[in-house]
Write a protein that binds this ligand. Structure first.
Ligand SMILES: [Zn+2]
Length: 82
């Protein structure tokens, strides 16, 4: 999947409220094919439990969580464009 497509998908996940923070760097993401767990370890590295991440070390779920945390940190309204 091209990076731009990945981004579009991640944005859609965030906007439809399918990213849920469980606290302590753990997130639940409801993807199109199942619910996955996205975790940030103490070094700041992200990982996801989906098959796509295991293959490519990146996926729309991790991207969605990063988008969400970035938009929160900046404290900007929801219409922020990425
Ligand atoms: Zn994933």
């Amino acid at each position: 999947m091209p990076v731009s497509r990945l981004f579009e998908k991640a944005k859609r996940l965030v906007e439809s409220g399918r990213v849920e923070s469980l606290g302590q760097g753990v997130y639940n993401v409801v993807g199109d094919h199942g619910t996955y767990t996205v975790v940030q370890d103490y070094t700041g590295k992200w990982s996801c439990s989906c098959p796509g991440f295991m293959q490519k070390a990146k996926c729309s779920h991790v991207t969605a969580v990063i988008l969400l945390t970035k938009s929160r940190r900046r404290q900007k309204p929801r219409q922020t464009r990425f």
